[in-house]
Design a protein around this ligand. Structure first.
Ligand SMILES: [Zn+2]
Length: 243
C-alpha cells in the first residue's frame, strides 16, 4: 500500500462499500478480502455461495423450441439475495467499481474451484450511452478480475453492442425480453474467434436472454464452444432488482 493511500485512509473514513458502516466495528473475519475492499463483517456474513451441485444451470430459465443451442450452460455460484441483493444495485447505480472488481474475484475463485475454463473470457458489452452514464462496465470489471484468477486471456472488445436496449427488468413478458436483446450484439470484425472456447460474463442472470443472445453471436462467428457465467441470480423466482 502506498504512503499516500495510508495517509488517505487515516484522514478519510473507510466505510463499508455496501452498508456504509465502519468495516472494522465488528472485527474482521478471516475472509480473503483485499485491503482496498472495505466490507464489514455483517455484510460479508451475508455472502453465501450456492451449494456445489446448484451452480450449473441451463442459460435460459425458459428454454424455447427451435433454440439453436438448447444446451447452452450457465455457471452462477451465488444467489441474488443477501450480499448481492445489496451489492448489485450499488455497483450499477452508485459508482462503485470496487464492488464489481470484488465480485469478479469471487466469480474467478469459484470458477477455478469448479474447473470452469476456456481459452478466452469476454464480458457482455454495455451500450455507449450507459457506459457514459455509469463510467464503467461492471461486467467487464468482473470478467477481467475473474480472468486474472483463472489465468484465461480476457478481451473487452470482442463483443460489440449494436444498439441500446431497455433494461431487461423493465420488461415483463419473456417474449418481450427476448425480442429486446435480439440482434443487440455482434462480434467485432477485428477478432477471429473461430474454433475457440469462449466464456461470456455478466453480473446477474435473470431469464438468461442477454447472455444467450451474446453466446449465439459468438457461435455465429465460429466459436467452437460458448459457456456463460454470471456472478449471481435466482432461478426459482425472478430477481427483485430494479434495473
Ligand atoms: Zn457493511
Amino acid at each position: 500500500m502506498s504512503l499516500l493511500k495510508l495517509a488517505m485512509d487515516k484522514i478519510l473514513p473507510r466505510n463499508c462499500l455496501i452498508c456504509g458502516k465502519d468495516p472494522d466495528a465488528d472485527g474482521r473475519i478471516p475472509y480473503p478480502v483485499p485491503e482496498d475492499f472495505h466490507i464489514c463483517f455483517s455484510c460479508l456474513s451475508r455472502l453465501v455461495p450456492q451449494p456445489p451441485d446448484k451452480r450449473f444451470f441451463l442459460c435460459l430459465s425458459e428454454p424455447y423450441e427451435g433454440d439453436p443451442y438448447p444446451g447452452l450452460g450457465l455457471y452462477m455460484p451465488f444467489p441474488y439475495k443477501g450480499f448481492f441483493e445489496s451489492a448489485v444495485p450499488r455497483m450499477k447505480f452508485h459508482s462503485c467499481p470496487e464492488l464489481a472488481r470484488f465480485s469478479g474475484m469471487l466469480l474467478g475463485t469459484y470458477m477455478a474451484k469448479d474447473n470452469v475454463g476456456s481459452s478466452l473470457i469476454v464480458p457482455v458489452p454495455l451500450s455507449d450511452k450507459r457506459l457514459k452514464e455509469r463510467g464503467y462496465n461492471q461486467a467487464a470489471l468482473i470478467a477481467q478480475e475473474a480472468s486474472k484468477i483463472c489465468n484465461i486471456p480476457y478481451s473487452p472488445d470482442v463483443l460489440i453492442r449494436t444498439r441500446d436496449t431497455q433494461r431487461q427488468t423493465e420488461l415483463s413478458a419473456d417474449m418481450v425480453r427476448s425480442m429486446n436483446v435480439e440482434g443487440a450484439f455482434k462480434v467485432s470484425p477485428s477478432f477471429d474467434v473461430t474454433g475457440i472456447k469462449v466464456i461470456v460474463v455478466d453480473d446477474v442472470a435473470t431469464t438468461g436472454f442477454t447472455l444467450h443472445e451474446a453466446a449465439l453471436e459468438l457461435y455465429k462467428a465460429g466459436a467452437s464452444e460458448v459457456f456463460c457465467c454470471a456472478v449471481c441470480g435466482n432461478r426459482a423466482v425472478l430477481n427483485a432488482e430494479s434495473f
